[in-house]
Design a protein around this ligand. Structure first.
Ligand code: ZN
Length: 295
């Protein structure tokens, strides 16, 4: 084959391949479009049954108190919730707090900062006490740490050892039998939330857990699940090892507590109150189940 014919052959080969790939791509696009259309069509028919099913399941589990079978909390008598800022207690932990209140158990809150990012620490401390009062936690059971080593700042990571020591000292003072805090993602990814988790993890890693105290972490879900309210109930029931679902009266109670943090009431907090699953649902894990720590 001479050079001219060889070049023509190669050009034809490349052009043929190009046309074939174009055809394949458009055919694949056609299939994809068909698949998306079918999905949207099915979604339209599946959406409302799913909404109804989620709503029914929510009412069934919360109002018939059937969430007890998944909470495994009857052996505990004193819950300590460790938070990073005033308002964390009702934004994230209200369903479990109110679950304990319904059973007339002892509840304490340890908040590691005053929430002084906008220099409103003293006001926020008072808001926390009022919010806890609504949630059934007396003022004497609310402790707020005001130390420069725990600044309210999303860019600052607190020292693990200092967090661990502060929590251990508080456990020694009040003797809870179960501790609840954030998990490694801190629900919102806030560094202060994650620091509290890291302090607790250090206590477990170092084998310094006081006898008879269970450590629980609040599960962080993906952003979609976080803001679909009761629609997350079916998936949470399916996946979680421990679940706490608030009846409507408790959801309203949590919302009232949120409104008492009036310095924090922005438009996106209002949306959070309406749409967040954490206002009506907590799923928690034992630290030992999610971390490689000795039991
Ligand atoms: Zn916070």
């Amino acid at each position: 084959m001479d050079n001219k014919r060889c070049t023509l052959f190669r050009t034809g080969h490349i052009l043929g391949g190009y046309i074939f790939s174009l055809f394949t791509a458009s055919y694949c696009s056609f299939i994809m479009a068909e698949l998306i259309a079918t999905f949207c069509h099915s979604f339209h028919y599946l959406l409302w049954p799913f909404v109804c099913f989620s709503l029914l399941l929510y009412f069934f589990l919360s109002h018939c108190r059937l969430d007890q079978w998944r909470s495994h909390s009857d052996t505990w008598n004193h819950l300590l919730v460790v938070t990073a800022h005033p308002d964390d207690e009702c934004m994230f932990f209200a369903p479990m707090l109110l679950h304990f209140r319904r059973r007339k158990k002892n509840i304490s809150v340890l908040c590691l900062s005053t929430g002084n990012y906008y220099h409103l620490g003293s006001k926020r401390r008072l808001e926390l006490v009022k919010s806890c009062n609504i949630l059934g936690i007396p003022e004497k059971n609310v402790t707020v740490i005001d130390e420069s080593c725990f600044p309210d700042d999303p860019t600052r990571i607190w020292n693990e050892e200092l967090v661990a020591r502060t929590i251990l000292q508080h456990i020694e003072d009040i003797s809870p039998d179960v501790l609840l805090t954030f998990d490694r993602y801190g629900v919102t990814g806030h560094n202060n939330h994650i620091s509290v988790y890291c302090g607790c993890r250090k206590i477990l890693h170092d084998g310094r857990v006081p006898n008879g105290v269970a450590f629980l972490s609040l599960e962080t879900t993906n952003p979609l699940r976080k803001y679909i309210s009761f629609l997350d109930v079916p998936l949470s029931v399916l996946l979680a090892s421990r679940i706490y679902i608030s009846p409507l009266s408790d959801v309203i109670c949590a919302q009232r507590a949120m409104f008492l943090h009036w310095t924090q009431l922005t438009w996106y907090r209002m949306l959070y109150i309406i749409f967040s699953r954490y206002m009506l649902l907590n799923t928690v894990n034992e630290f030992q189940q999610v971390e490689n720590v000795p039991r």
